[in-house]
Ligand binder design. Structure first.
Ligand code: SER
Length: 401
C-alpha cells in the first residue's frame, strides 16, 4: 500500500436508513421540504410506463406550476429503468432502484447545488475528497459550455472533465432537459487514475441537472419560465460505496436477496445478480399493482419474471418461484411501504411461472417436428415469436428444458 492510500479516510460504513436520514436532514436544514416518494406507476394520463427518475412525478412543477410545499424539495423516489437491462449483472446497474433527490424550483442556482453536494458527500457522508471527480457539459451547437459550474468544482478542488452528450440530461426524446454535472467517486483499490470518461472504477454517484429547457417534438429547445435544479443520487450505489462493497448486490438493501437466493439456487455470479435484481424488481412492480400481460407495464413485468426464470432453469429446470421465502418478499414490500401481501405476490408469480412453462412446452412440441438438429434459423425464430408468442430471448430456456 502506498502513502496516498494510507492517507485515505476509513469508509464510514453507514446503513441505508442512516444514509436516507443524513441526506434528508442535510437538505431539511437548508430549507427543503421532504415530500413523499410516489409509486412506480405514474398518474393516469401520463404517457410514460414507469417512473424512471426522481424528477418525473414533479414534472408539472418543474414546468412552472407552483408546488404547495415551496421551492426547495427533497425526497426518496423508487424508479424502474429497463433501458440498461443488458447491463444488469455488472457492479452498478439495477432495474428498480431508489433515488435520493433535491430540487430548486426556480430558487437557488446550480452552483449552490454543487457546493452543498460536495459538503454533504465529504462532510455528511465522510467520503475522501481526493476520491472525487466531476464532469460538466462542454457545450453543443445549441447550448454553450457550463464554464461557471466547472469553476465551482475547481474552487472546491475537484478535478473536472468537460463532455458533450454524456452531460446533457433529458426526460425523453421530447420534454424537460438541460445540461448536467455529474459527481463520480473512485472505487479502485489503487489510487485514483484517469477520468470518469476513461476508467470504469469511477462510479457515477450524483447528478445535478440544470433543468432549463423543454425540448419540443421538432427538436426546438424552449427555455422554461424559470430555471430549476434537479439532482438525483442512487441510494444503492451510495450505500455500496459507503459500505465498502464491490457491487450494489453487496450493499445492505440487496444483501438479504443475494444471500437468500444464493443459498436457494446456487449459480454463477452474473446469473445470481440478474435473478436477484429481476425478482426483487418484480416484487416492487407487483407491489405497485401491476400484473403480467402482453402489453405495456404488464409486459415489462412479464419480461422480468421470464428472464429470471430463464436464468434459473438454465441451471435446473425443476426450480420454482414457490420456494421464494415470504419473509424476503414481505421485507421488500414493507421497505417500499406497499400494502400488497407476500401471498398476493406469490399468486402472481406462480401464475406467470405456469404460463411460461406451458409456453415453453408448446414451443418444444413445435420444435420436435423439425427434421434436423441444426441451430434455429431466423425464420424459425420469427415463427416461434409471431405464431407462438415466444420471443427469441426465451428460446434458450426452451432448448435447455
Ligand atoms: N433527473 C436526473 C437523473 O435522473 C437527476 O435527478 O439522473
Amino acid at each position: 500500500m502506498n502513502s496516498q492510500q494510507d492517507a485515505r479516510r476509513p469508509l464510514p460504513g453507514m446503513s441505508s436508513p442512516q444514509i436516507v436520514q443524513t441526506f434528508c436532514e442535510f437538505f431539511r436544514e437548508r430549507g427543503h421540504h421532504r415530500i413523499p416518494g410516489s409509486s412506480l406507476v405514474p398518474r393516469s394520463g401520463d404517457p410514460v410506463l414507469f417512473t424512471t427518475s426522481g424528477m418525473h412525478p414533479l414534472t408539472p412543477y418543474l414546468e412552472g406550476r407552483p408546488h404547495p410545499d415551496g421551492r426547495r424539495l427533497t425526497d426518496v423516489q423508487r424508479c424502474l429503468r429497463t433501458t440498461d437491462l443488458g447491463e444488469v449483472g455488472d457492479r452498478t446497474h439495477l432495474t428498480v432502484f431508489e433515488m435520493l433527490g433535491s430540487w430548486s424550483l426556480g430558487d437557488y442556482p446550480g452552483s449552490q447545488s454543487l457546493r452543498w453536494g460536495h459538503e454533504l458527500i465529504t462532510t455528511g457522508f465522510g467520503i475522501d475528497p481526493g476520491l472525487l471527480h466531476a464532469t460538466v457539459f462542454g457545450g453543443s451547437d445549441q447550448v454553450g459550455p457550463d464554464t461557471g459550474l466547472a469553476e465551482v468544482w475547481g474552487e472546491l478542488g475537484v478535478p473536472v472533465e468537460l463532455t458533450g452528450e454524456d452531460n446533457w440530461w433529458s426526460s425523453g426524446p421530447a420534454g424537460l432537459c438541460g445540461a448536467d454535472s455529474e459527481l463520480f467517486v473512485w472505487t479502485g483499490s489503487a489510487p485514483p487514475e484517469g477520468t470518469p470518461g476513461t476508467g470504469e472504477r469511477w462510479v457515477e454517484l450524483w447528478n445535478h441537472v440544470m433543468l432549463r429547457y423543454r425540448r419540443l417534438a421538432d427538436g426546438t429547445l424552449m427555455p422554461l419560465p424559470r430555471p430549476n435544479v434537479d439532482t438525483g443520487m442512487g441510494l444503492e450505489r451510495l450505500a455500496t460505496v459507503l459500505q465498502g462493497q464491490v457491487s450494489v448486490f453487496g450493499c445492505d438493501l440487496l444483501q438479504p436477496w443475494t444471500r437468500t437466493l444464493g443459498r436457494l439456487w446456487p449459480a454463477q455470479e452474473t446469473s445470481l445478480r440478474l435473478v436477484t435484481d429481476h425478482l426483487r424488481s418484480t416484487v416492487v412492480v407487483i407491489g405497485d399493482g401491476v400484473t403480467p400481460s402482453s402489453t405495456g407495464r404488464g409486459y415489462v413485468l412479464r419480461r422480468l419474471i421470464r428472464r429470471a426464470l430463464t436464468s434459473l432453469w438454465r441451471d435446473d429446470p425443476a426450480r420454482s418461484l414457490s420456494d421464494l421465502p415470504p419473509d424476503l418478499t414481505g421485507q421488500t414490500l414493507s421497505h417500499f411501504g406497499q400494502l400488497t401481501s407476500p401471498v398476493q405476490v406469490m399468486g402472481v408469480l406462480l401464475d406467470e411461472e405456469r404460463r411460461f412453462r406451458d409456453l415453453l412446452s408448446r414451443g418444444r412440441r413445435v420444435l420436435s417436428r423439425r427434421h434436423n438438429n441444426e441451430p434455429l434459423t431466423e425464420e424459425e425464430l420469427r415463427y416461434l415469436h409471431q405464431t407462438h408468442g415466444l420471443p427469441r430471448e426465451f428460446v434458450p430456456a426452451m432448448l435447455s428444458g
